[in-house]
Design a protein around this ligand. Structure first.
Ligand code: ISE
Length: 335
């Protein structure tokens, strides 16, 4: 039997997931859409044959319409959906961030721990990107000696006016706070933010780009260029510096062209295409895990909580100083 997924939020990511599940994921269908905007809701229903629009996740659950839930609303709306979903004991894939702060993330963890095992997977899709997976293996293998530095770039063409200064951390660097410890096998110990000369193309209320410096427990240093007004495209890349070698991921890899006296390579303009294969793999593996009873195959809610703790330090660091990150030990429930 196909897994019947209720998708909550049919904005950019939610709509993309609806199409993905319908066209590319095996063993699952979209059975319910919860989206307050009527136009978005009907567009999403049209892309998912057999799906019904519901006014709330509670209604979809009460109608017995869903076996699992995918949350793709903005982060501040996650907790009010996670609570009824957990109370109904349904598995859930929650887009990043788990919740906007560590206090609300802890409330979610406490509720989840009343169940028999973790039910929440957090949508940190970079862990499903083939290049990130290869880099993680290289680091773990020690073939190039030990890792010393990670030099990360995270560039968006532009952001909407609703994007705030804190979102540089909570909405964007949130990915590095998850993927860097996963790559390097070591948690974040401290974080600092530096401001280069401002980009005059940034929305007036933003001071960016920013340079985020992280020190990991194992001594690896990480710098992240977080830049959301680059205009030309979408780039997420990393250079790893080892004792006897270098590795790079995230280079432009599209069509190469020679024309009009120029050589160029096509690059992405959005995370939707840059990480399309990673999203596919993330959702397929989650569907397989839910159908097999494992429920989670990837970052769980504890990982989401650790990221929330790191983001809080990152937000403080926007005002200056080196801010320590104090992460408690992982409970056995989330081992
Ligand atoms: C967006 O919400 C994402 O999650 C993207 O991966 C990130 O690159 C972007 O900066 C965020 O705004």
């Amino acid at each position: 039997n196909d897994l019947r997924i209720g998708v909550v939020g049919a904005g950019l990511m939610g709509a993309d997931h609806v199409t993905r599940i319908t066209e590319r994921i095996s063993g699952a269908v979209v059975s319910a859409i919860v989206e307050p905007d009527a136009d978005r809701a009907s567009a999403a229903v049209q892309h998912a044959p057999g799906a019904t629009a519901f006014a709330s996740i509670e209604d979809a659950i009460a109608a017995g319409a869903v076996d699992a839930v995918l949350i793709a609303t903005p982060g501040r709306f996650h907790e009010p959906v996670l609570v009824p979903v957990l109370k109904a004991r349904l598995p859930v894939l929650c887009e990043k961030p788990l919740t906007p702060d560590s206090e609300s993330a802890m409330r979610v963890l406490e509720l989840e721990q009343t169940l028999d095992r973790p039910h929440i997977q957090v949508g940190f899709m970079r862990r499903f990107d083939a290049e990130y997976e290869a880099l993680r293996e290289l680091i773990a293998s020690g073939d190039s000696g030990h890792l010393m530095l990670l030099r990360c770039v995270h560039r968006n063409p532009a952001v909407p006016d609703s994007y705030t200064q804190q979102m540089l951390i909570n909405d964007s660097v949130v990915h590095e706070f998850d993927v860097v410890p996963w790559l390097a096998g070591s948690p974040v110990k401290s974080v600092e933010v530096k401001y280069p000369r401002r980009n005059s193309m940034s929305p007036d209320h933003l001071r960016e780009p920013i340079l985020v410096l992280m020190e990991l427990e194992n001594g690896v240093l990480v710098d992240v260029e977080m830049n959301v007004s680059v205009q030309f495209g979408y780039q997420v890349g990393t250079e790893a510096v080892f004792e006897k070698g270098l590795a790079r991921i995230g280079q432009p890899s599209g069509l190469q062209q020679w024309r009009d006296g120029r050589f160029f390579v096509e690059d992405h303009t959005s995370f939707v295409t840059r990480f399309a294969a990673a999203y596919d793999s993330q959702i397929q593996r989650w569907v397989d895990a839910v159908r097999s009873g494992a429920l989670v195959d990837g970052p769980n809610a504890w990982d989401g909580y650790l990221v929330a703790v790191a983001c809080e330090a990152g937000v403080k660091a926007l005002d200056g100083g080196v801010i320590p990150v104090d992460a408690p030990a992982r409970p056995a429930f989330y081992a």
